[in-house]
Design a protein around this ligand. Structure first.
Ligand code: BGC
Length: 809
């Protein structure tokens, strides 16, 4: 027996050695090849490779005139270059960008196409009868609400197959900025207010997508938490808040997911454009975290091309011919060392060698859209959050056959947000279609009423004011149709239950507003909820609100009126079907909020510093004098005065009431937590905790268990508790239990110590809290740490140039 084991061990060693050998061979062959290509390149070719080939998509001349030249597509006068650009642009119509190709050197173009909710390409092509639709998967916020990294990886696998089969090399996603404030217009693309959830979701997504042999570009690196004046905003933020919140998710994604590329963000951080920041792109990203891919700018980001190269921003997207000249001149006049450019080029070539185009992989142009529709259908149900459910209103009982659907969004469900994160999907299943497929009857008169309203409202509005939304797909009009209470009464008599959908969209380029019709419900919407609920209650029936939203909305003032509230976010193209599975009870909701719902917008810790202000003395040259411009460069700054107290870190530490706390979500069943045990009460390198979760209700369900740590008081100020781990059970039948295991190491317990540029876990007693939410702690256990532990020292980087007044406990 012993010999057998020994043989087995030596066999394993042998294979491991072979693997290592193989790995180092490939690596060194790759390096040699890259070096050979580099040596065969002229300076002009190097400059052409680091500058993208421009961006082109059909649009009216009036709109193009408002955009920078990079979007123009006009001739450069360099015929060979223009021919190359025309060629690479034809590879995948609708892709956001390309890198240059040099077939004579074996350098292939890399096709870069948006994300993050699915691949974004043109669904149709001139003179081509085929269609090229992609799957619209649920938005990032919904995926994070599933707290299920395996599920996210599956979504990634499906998404990546479309990237591969349609012929893209890198998808521009996932997007993982922290949801610092509920009004950021792109929160829907992002995961959470918490960096651990953010990082884990992003890492899983990267792994899933890249398992297809295509790349990702995690974005927008970093501290890009608003859309207002996004091209110029200077984010003023402490090193500690950066490390603990705004960089943390990226750190996890880089270390665990190993993305091929990173997209630097538009904004400045403490005075320097992210794309020009050596601190960010070299010291933090590469030296501290070991990133080995290339960095590209966000589209037209930054201003100094030479500084970008020096910082480690290897590729400028979408690029413009003049930048090529700028870089050549810089090398020739000695302001840019050619070795810097060589490093940038090498990184691009190294990633290129992994791409499908370089490997000449055959592409089908026909991804598994049917199978992916099933993936998105299922994923959406797992991230829906049941906010209220009085008297078991949901799931529908067997007596419910006829459903009255109110609210115009019931008829035009919103699958995802607008802008570059919008997917060109073949269809979106509306709530009404979902109802029908699930075998329920809807009311034709009500349908006609809403559809007519939507048609007229669309015609009356000059089009949405969000310019990108008008280029990239319209918005559903906000509910403005007052519903005649007589109609509500009539429906309450004729139908068995009411579903009232409240819809909100948001998108790139604009932030949302703390106004009625956006964060707050309009009077019309509130009346609708009140009147319909009243009418149905009078008839002894129930009313349910469905929130089809891009982000957080105000709920506290109305959530007790209907019988149930289900937040379905923007659930992707199978929307109506996914919602009906949860409403009908086919799926028991297991989503929990990865973002807090404040009572009022003004309760948020960021409210007084969002979206910032014009830089003192700056000239306001915006067209309408509003200080806001989508693509113009208005000097602007925002101070992150709340520091590390973002989201629940603030609400829970400062005892601020919320409508729904971070981690909150109901189920159709109940769970009991028990048998908590720690392997040691003394912390050495780590502590392992196990806890049993039992389904104590009557239907099968899944539970998300969250582990928060409260650190002892010490030199560094800390939030009352911080999420350090989470897990989700499998589907537990009534009475069934599962044991979840969590390993907690010093890295998640530590705070960033600016004085020493290190991660510090201070000595003392720690409490681990096991919760069904951040405010519903079911079990607790303590352990002690005898001495301070330093969990890593990093570069001194991104230091603010000014004192920042920050919030204190
Ligand atoms: C967005 C990026 C996007 C890029 C390409 C930019 O405006 O900020 O997220 O990937 O455009 O479309």
């Amino acid at each position: 027996m012993e010999t057998k084991i020994r043989n087995r061990v030596s066999q394993l060693f042998f294979f491991a050695a072979l693997l290592l050998l193989n790995f180092s061979c490939t690596t060194s062959t790759e390096e040699t090849k890259v070096q050979q290509i580099l040596e065969s390149m002229s300076l002009k070719q190097k400059a052409e490779l680091v500058v993208g080939t421009g961006m082109y998509f059909p649009m009216p001349d009036s709109i193009r005139a408002m955009l920078p030249p990079a979007f123009g597509g006009e001739s450069t006068g360099d015929t060979l270059y223009d021919q190359m650009v025309d060629r690479v642009r034809s590879y995948l119509p609708g892709a956001a960008g390309n890198s240059a190709e040099f077939p004579e050197l074996g350098i292939t173009s890399q096709v870069l196409a948006d994300g993050p909710a699915g691949l974004r390409i043109s669904p149709t092509r001139e003179g081509d009868p085929n269609t090229y639709y992609c799957t619209a998967f649920p938005i990032g916020t919904l995926l994070a609400s599933s707290w299920d990294t395996e599920l996210i990886e599956q979504v990634g696998q499906a998404m990546g197959e479309e990237v591969l089969e349609y012929g893209a090399d890198v998808i521009l996603g996932p997007a993982l900025n922290i949801q610092r404030d509920p009004l950021c217009g792109r929160n829907f693309e992002y995961y959470s207010e918490d960096p651990l959830v953010t990082g884990k979701m992003a890492a899983a997504m990267v792994k899933g997508i890249q398992s297809n042999g295509v790349g990702t570009s995690i974005k927008h690196f970093a501290a890009n938490n608003q859309e207002t004046n996004r091209l110029t905003v200077n984010t003023i933020v402490s090193e500690r808040a950066l490390r603990e919140l705004y960089l943390k998710g990226f750190e996890i994604a880089v270390k665990e997911g190993k993305p091929w590329t990173v997209m630097s963000s538009y904004n400045k951080i403490n005075g320097t454009y992210a794309s020009e920041s050596y601190d960010l792109l070299t010291k933090v990203l590469r030296d501290d975290w070991g990133f080995d891919g290339y960095v590209m700018t966000d589209w037209t980001g930054g201003s100094d091309r030479v500084a970008q190269m020096k910082a480690g921003n290897d590729m400028i997207q979408p690029g413009s011919y003049e930048y090529i000249t700028t870089l050549i001149d810089a090398v020739e006049n000695g302001t840019l060392d050619e070795s810097v450019l060589d490093t940038n080029v090498k990184r691009i070539l190294t990633v290129m060698m992994r791409t499908p185009r370089y490997k000449h992989l055959e592409i089908s142009g026909k991804p598994e859209l049917k199978a992916h529709a099933r993936v998105t259908y299922k994923a959406a149900t797992d991230g829906m959050v049941l906010l209220e459910n009085r008297d078991q209103t949901l799931p529908f009982s067997g007596n419910i056959k006829k459903v009255a659907a109110f609210g115009n969004t019931s008829y035009e469900f919103i699958s995802g947000g607008t802008g570059s994160g919008d997917v060109n999907e073949a269809y979106t299943i509306s709530l009404i279609q979902g109802l029908e497929t699930a075998g329920y009857e809807f009311n034709a008169t009500l349908k006609e009423l809403y559809e007519t309203y939507i048609r007229n409202a669309r015609a009356a509005h000059q089009g949405p004011q969000n310019m990108l939304a008008s280029i990239m797909g319209g918005m559903v009009p906000v509910e403005e149709m007052p519903l005649d209470p007589a109609v509500a009464k009539e429906m309450a008599e004729a139908m068995d239950i009411a579903l009232i959908t409240i819809g909100r969209n948001a998108g790139e380029g604009y932030d949302r507003e703390a106004a009625e019709g956006d964060f707050y419900l309009t009077g019309t919407e509130k009346n609708l909820i009140r009147d319909v609920s009243q009418a149905f209650h009078d008839a002894g029936k129930k009313a349910v609100v469905i929130l089809n939203v891009a982000g957080v909305v105000e709920t506290a003032s109305w959530s007790q009126i209907p019988d149930a509230v289900l937040c379905v976010w923007q659930p992707g193209q199978e929307a109506g079907n996914s919602v009906m599975d949860v409403v009908s009870g086919k799926v028991n909701p297991s989503g929990k909020l990865a973002v807090s719902f404040p009572v009022l917008y003004d309760d948020t810790p960021t409210a007084k510093n969002f979206p910032g202000h014009a830089v003192e003395g700056a000239v306001d040259d915006t067209p309408d004098g509003s200080g806001f411009s989508f693509m113009q460069r208005t000097p602007w700054e925002v101070v992150y005065e709340e520091d590390i107290f973002v989201g629940y870190r603030y609400y829970n530490t400062f005892d601020v009431p919320v409508a729904y706390e971070f981690g909150y979500g109901k189920s159709y069943t109940t769970f009991q937590y028990g048998n908590l045990s720690l392997d040691s009460e003394k912390f050495e390198d780590q502590v392992t905790a196990t806890i049993d979760v039992t389904n104590t209700g009557t239907v099968a369900g899944r539970e998300v268990v969250q582990v928060y740590a409260s650190a002892p008081e010490g030199r560094l100020e800390k939030p009352d508790e911080v999420l350090v781990a989470f897990g989700k059970t499998g589907l537990l039948e009534p009475g069934q239990s599962e044991t979840l295991t969590f390993t907690i190491d010093a890295s998640v317990l530590s705070s960033f110590d600016e004085e020493n540029s290190s991660w510090l876990a201070e000595a003392g007693t720690y409490t681990l809290k096991f919760g069904a939410s951040s405010r519903d702690i079911r079990e607790e256990a303590n352990f002690t740490m005898e001495k301070d532990i330093t969990a890593g020292t990093v570069s001194r980087a991104l230091v603010p140039q000014q004192e920042i007044a920050t919030l204190h406990k």
